[in-house]
Design a binder for this molecule. Structure first.
Ligand code: PLP
Length: 429
């Protein structure tokens, strides 16, 4: 590893790392294959479809989509101009997970999937569900009485807790969210209003997860959603790839050797971006290039990728603080599951300063009228890095995944905008 690169990492200077191991071994050696199959991605999607009528009944905001939890793929020409990406570097798109209904973030994908899987399993073993049963029966008192005896718990920096807590409580489970110190107050309040128990931890994300896991182990009727290890979360995220594939086809976008798909995903512990990147890799193989975006003080996935396989360094080992306004990305150590799957799949990682997050948060609003939170703005630096390294081409399609923000309260959002270098005018509620 070049000394200059390590010095920049330690001094929290933004940079791009390109993965030299990408594509190595993957197809040749079964030992390098992840412990799951492409069919499980489709199974996750089928599960979402089975539950859609019930979700539409539980959440009025899902009536229009008939219970589907999905986001738009938006062409972003004004953003492309604002980011100075010329047309000969390809075309810019936004995958608008900041507007995912009910949870307002990418965490709805994995989080909802795991809650639905738990509910389905419990409903089957207790005789509430049989082949052909209308899933809306799970909103009736007999099923709710079963769910009420069980607890679903999770450790979170905020958004995963919002997704898990809101859905678990709506189904009738006892829902407990262990929040790390950086979790925003409004997220805690929103959960409490929905009947979720919020446990506030004074430590970082890793400590909140460990605390929640220990408490959950003591309760046989508690299911702990383990963001550092869960396959169910991973598969829920991966199903996004199937939908993006359809959206690209519907827009007439080809993905092949002359039309690479370049995807920029904000990364915290790594489960969400790795699930999506793995799913995309299943569908597009070598023609998709996924880059993860991390705060300069919390590049946990990058430090994992730099270390030998099987080791699990933390950002503190590099003298970094894990302090960032991107609360969803404030994670000191990457998920071992996500890291092992990504080692030969990931195209690279770039790091972002907090000030850039605020500047970039203001851009989607000014250019496309989109409201994102700091974590979700992290991907916007990606196309510039790729342009500067000449990694793109005229046929490329760049997809920036905006991962959260539509539920941020007006006052909080205005505070974010105020921190942008070029302040846009005050926004309407
Ligand atoms: C808005 C947002 N984007 C991205 C992420 C990253 O997801 P993961 O922690 O699975 O890497 C998070 C995590 O909470 C988030 O809240």
């Amino acid at each position: 590893m070049a000394l200059e690169f390590l010095n920049k990492l330690r001094s929290a200077t933004p940079q791009l790392w390109v993965n030299p191991q990408r594509g190595l071994l993957l197809e040749d050696n079964p030992a390098d294959q992840p412990p799951f199959l492409r069919t499980e991605m489709q199974a996750a999607r089928d599960r979402f479809n089975r539950f859609a009528p019930l979700l539409a009944q539980l959440f009025p905001e899902l009536a229009a989509s008939e219970g589907r939890i999905e986001s738009d793929l938006l062409p972003a020409p004004a953003m492309q101009r604002a980011l100075c990406i010329p047309a000969h570097h390809g075309r810019l798109w936004i995958k608008a997970d900041h507007s995912l209904p009910v949870a307002g973030s990418i965490k709805a994908r994995g989080g909802f999937h795991e809650v639905l899987e738990v509910a389905e399993r419990l409903a089957i073993v207790t005789g509430q569900l049989h082949p052909g049963t209308d899933y809306r029966s799970l909103a009736l008192p007999p099923a709710r009485a079963v769910f009420a005896r069980h607890q679903i718990a999770v450790g979170s920096t905020g958004n995963l807790g919002m997704a898990i807590g809101v859905l678990a409580a709506a189904l009738g489970f006892r829902a407990v969210v262990h929040m790390s110190t950086e979790a925003k107050e409004w997220k805690k309040q929103r959960l409490r209003q929905r009947g979720v128990e919020v446990v506030e931890h004074t430590g970082d994300y890793e400590q909140a997860v460990a605390g929640g896991r220990t408490l959950a182990l003591a309760d046989p009727l508690c299911h702990f959603v383990d963001d550092e290890r869960s396959l169910s979360l991973f598969m829920g995220y991966s199903a996004a790839a199937l939908h993006l594939h359809e959206q690209l086809q519907a827009q007439g976008v080809a993905v092949d050797a002359t039309h690479p798909l370049i995807v920029y995903l904000p990364c915290g512990v790594g489960g969400a971006p790795a699930g999506i990147a793995w799913g995309l890799h299943q569908l597009f193989g070598a023609h998709v290039h996924c880059f993860f975006a991390e705060p300069v003080q919390s590049p946990c996935f990058l430090v994992n990728m730099l270390a030998p396989d099987g080791t699990s360094p933390s950002v503190y080992d590099f003298g970094l603080t894990n302090q960032t306004e991107a609360d969803g990305l404030a994670v000191p150590r990457a998920s071992p599951l996500a890291a092992s799957v990504m080692r030969t799949v990931l195209a690279g990682v770039f790091t972002v300063e907090d000030q850039t997050l605020f500047d970039h948060l203001a851009l989607p609003l000014a250019a496309e009228g989109l409201r994102v939170e700091p974590s979700a703005a992290a991907g916007l630096s990606g196309p510039g890095h790729v342009r500067d390294r000449a990694l793109s081409c005229p046929g490329a399609n760049h997809v920036v995944w905006t991962t959260g923000g539509s539920l941020v309260p007006h006052a909080q959002y205005q505070m974010y905008l105020d921190r942008a270098a070029k302040r846009p005018p005050s926004t309407p509620q």
